[in-house]
Design a protein around this ligand. Sequence first.
Ligand code: ZN
Length: 270
Amino acid sequence: MATAFPVLLTFDLDAESGALARDPANASRPVTLSVGQYGPHVAVPRLLTMLREEQVPATFFVPGWVVDHYPASIEAIQRDGHEIAHHGYEHIPPARQSAEEEEVALVRGIESIKRVTGTVPRGYRSPSWEVSNVTLSLLTRYGFQYSSNFMGDDRPYVHQSAPLVELPIQWLLDDFPFFGVVPDRGMYGTTPPGVAYAAWWDELEALHAEASRGACYVLTMHPQCIGRASRVAMLRRLIGAARNLADVEFVRRQDLAHRVASERLTSSQQ
Ligand code: ZN
């Protein structure tokens, strides 16, 4: 029997937290904030409808601040069977925090998710994909099962320095370089959806050919970016095309992490 090829759809629901963490002065810029508000207000309902129709599970990484401000969105995501995972509290990258500040943010995020969903998160993706030298030990101490932050492989593996499964990510499979707009950083991502589709499909097909060596396909998306109408349509096309490949399975991260941990897959990474 051929090796199953895992496809993981993940959404970082930042809402306004990314803009506020980047520059607190954005709190008095209503238009800048509205970019993030589009996520929970418009993009999440549109994405949930598409995922429901396609019967595909996903993982949503959500900062505690967003959980506290948009509990109805989190409940809707959970109601559809998707996973809610940790994405910091105020979207401040751990590398910018002291060890104490990082722990406080981690605990606040866990508490927010637990308060709204009734469950503790098992997975962690750091804001802006950067961790500190204490992140992995903190995640271990607070019972996390997996991290999704490193780019050193395209196969899941177990960290050598901590009993955590890594589900690796990659800029190529992130929507932000294609669709992210951050005017104060000169980023105006208005790439046509077809261009992102071509890049994502080529990588999917090529990694699928390497399924036997344990490769998996991890898409990182942001509702405020991918959630525009033409881009959700593109994502739906990608899901449909992936289905036509042999032995593709759509899985939530916690389910793949659980499987990897139980198989005790190890590698030389980190
Ligand atoms: Zn984020």
